[in-house]
Design a protein around this ligand. Structure first.
Ligand code: B1M
Length: 218
């Protein structure tokens, strides 16, 4: 039953069918499927497939856009459930989250934000295409302990390093810790740019953020 539903979820993204992806997300909620399971075993499989096809020149920009829209709609439908399932009891810390300048990929970043909020972090999500000065300015304004940056393009991941260099120049680290992620981000890159934390997925991002706050047992 679940396997069939996962297949339909993936296919709805491949077809760029937002109505169907939302309907399937609602079905997952109805049958008490864990929302993260629906995302990772269903919808993400479809968006990864389209991404690979695009990379191979077998799919084109309109298909990528429609798949992105269908994925965004499905994740937005599941977000309230993720929040409900969260273990938030107290504020664990303040996080400024953004996709870096020149990059408009938002789905993974938003998912990371939802998971952090559900786990008790106060998240200020600046959105996509955010320059270093905006990210750092907001972190100072709200006295954030963590800046989280997402980058999905090999051409924009360098922006993460720029923010870190700026923070160092201003003497704002280690007061503000930096967590990085996104599809092209590797452990090597995270070490090279001297970030404080890195995770390859949204669940791991919560664990890393807690560790950065010295609250890994919560
Ligand atoms: Co684009 N895109 N895209 N895209 N897109 C990729 C990234 C690509 C790999 C596709 C491919 O060619 N195979 C490729 C990048 C190649 C490269 O850099 N080497 C690519 C390209 C080339 C482009 C354009 C340049 C295409 C063009 O215009 N010719 C263009 C760039 C626009 C720009 O940003 N300036 C572009 C545009 C788009 C759309 C707008 C159409 C759409 C985004 C829609 C949206 O976000 N509203 C889109 C999509 C959908 C994708 C793919 C298919 C899927 C991305 C996604 O949402 N994944 C993607 C291929 C792929 O990644 N397989 C692709 C699902 C999401 C849940 O995963 O975002 O990885 P992800 O997030 C994960 C983890 O990475 C991690 O946790 C998340 C949840 O588990 N994570 C963090 C993310 N951020 C984190 C932060 C953390 C910690 C963990 O701490 C702070």
């Amino acid at each position: 039953m679940s396997e069939e539903l996962f297949k339909q979820m993936a296919q709805s993204i491949i077809d760029g069918d937002s109505d169907l992806s939302v309907e399937l997300a609602k079905k997952a909620i109805e049958i008490n499927m864990h929302p993260l399971e629906a995302i990772t075993k269903g919808f993400v499989v479809g968006v990864n497939y389209i991404g690979d096809q695009f990379g191979l020149g077998e799919a084109f920009l309109p298909e990528l856009v429609m798949a992105g829209e269908a994925m965004k709609a499905a994740v937005a439908t599941l977000e309230p459930e993720l929040i409900k399932l969260g273990s938030a009891r107290e504020t664990l810390g303040r996080v400024v989250l953004a996709t870096v300048e020149g990059d408009i990929h938002e789905i993974g970043k938003t998912l990371v934000g939802t998971m952090l909020s559900a786990s008790g972090f106060e998240v200020t999500d600046l959105g996509v295409d955010q320059p270093a000065d905006k990210i750092i300015g907001k972190a100072i304004e709200i006295d954030a302990q963590i800046i989280g940056m997402s980058a999905l393009l090999t051409t924009t991941m360098v922006r993460q390093r720029e923010v870190i260099e700026e923070l160092d120049k201003e003497g704002l680290r280690p007061r503000i810790k930096v967590m990085v992620g996104g599809a092209p981000i590797t452990r090597d890159w995270f070490q090279k740019i001297k970030a404080d934390g890195y995770s390859e997925d949204a669940v791991g991002a919560v664990k890393v953020a807690k560790e950065l706050m010295g609250k890994s047992d919560q």
